[in-house]
Design a protein around this ligand. Structure first.
Ligand code: GTP
Ligand code: MG
Length: 291
């Protein structure tokens, strides 16, 4: 069985950094992991590991921009459309990896997640190749600083999610940048005190509490039609309680382990391995030499 994890999310969310840490973690656990780079604009030394498969061998943004005289954004869209038309290239490249975990580092163009058929088409193709696939969507913990920014992150995660027919995990990345102060003055206030957030504040974001939005008073912004819009968003998020975030702090092995085990569970990793006969288990290793 082959497994693939699509690492998605907006620009700069930490996708490539997480992909590398994830691959290192799996390798340390003696599991075979390979990075697949699907960012045609990635710079040469973006990866600690040589990606096993690299879209830049098929097409690079630089070439598209110079040969098709396109700007960077149109050029990127052109690259993805080119990839979608050349799925046999990807299939061939992935052909050699059996029994492996493929970590697919996706580019950060938000268009790809909101209204371009890139991700759903890619996911369908991976499944057709018999690869068990799931996706993670990273948003930067700095989004928690401003609830409007945060809810726009929640909505972009939701809009990416509704178009995909594969299991999905949302991750709040860069949690090392958030200081949590488990202070005794844990109140209902949502505002960071002295720039520090309490654990309670953080959990309201990881498991989005739509009341954060409806209770927001932000000068003149929170009036009239804006208020109506907020109410509609609160309703939407309440109706879709699936949008919650798993915190990821790469400075903590334990945090990374929790995230990896969620991904394993979501993909039912290892469930197809030969079930052990009760006999084998009973005999353990002691009798191996007699056989
Ligand atoms: N403090 C902290 N910084 C991080 C973490 N992960 C990534 N960064 C930084 O955030 C920036 C962006 O990280 P990348 O991994 O390149 O993000 P990306 O999502 O791959 O970015 P694009 O591919 O450009 O969309 C870099 O400067 C990283 O060093 C993290 O867990 N903690
Ligand atoms: Mg990247």
């Amino acid at each position: 069985m082959r497994y693939a994890v699509l690492i998605t999310g907006p620009a700069g969310a930490g996708k490539s950094t997480f992909s590398t840490a994830f691959a290192t973690h799996l390798r340390m656990a003696r599991r075979s992991a390979h990075i697949v780079n699907l960012d045609p604009a990635a710079t040469g030394d973006a990866f600690e590991y040589e990606p096993a498969v690299d879209i830049r061998e098929l097409i690079t943004l630089e070439d598209v921009m110079s040969e098709m005289s396109m700007g960077p954004n149109g050029g990127l869209i052109y690259c993805f459309e080119y990839l979608l038309q050349n799925m046999d290239w990807l299939e061939e490249e992935l052909g050699g990896y059996d029994e492996d975990y493929l970590i697919i580092d996706c580019p950060g163009q938000i268009e790809l997640y909101t209204h371009h058929p890139f991700l759903p088409t890619l996911a369908r193709n991976l499944q057709r190749m018999g690869i068990r696939t799931c996706a993670v969507y990273l948003i930067d913990s700095q989004f928690m600083e401003d609830r409007y920014k945060f809810f726009s992150g929640v909505l972009s995660a939701m809009s990416a999610m509704v178009n995909l027919e594969i299991p999905w995990i949302n991750i709040m990345s860069k949690m090392d940048l958030v200081s949590s102060a488990p202070s005794s003055s844990d109140t209902t206030s949502d505002e960071p005190r002295n720039g520090r957030r309490t654990r309670r504040d953080i959990s309201r974001y990881l498991d989005p509490d739509p009341l954060l939005l409806s209770s927001a008073r932000d000068g003149g912004r929170d009036s009239g039609r804006f208020h109506e819009l907020n109410r509609a968003l609160v309703q939407l998020i309440e109706d879709h309680p699936l949008v919650s975030f798993l915190p990821l702090d790469l400075t903590s092995t334990e945090s990374l382990e929790v995230v990896v085990s969620h991904i394993d569970f979501t993909m039912q990793y290892g469930e197809d391995e030969e079930p052990k006969e009760p006999n084998d288990l009973d005999r353990g290793d002691f009798f191996e030499e007699d056989e």
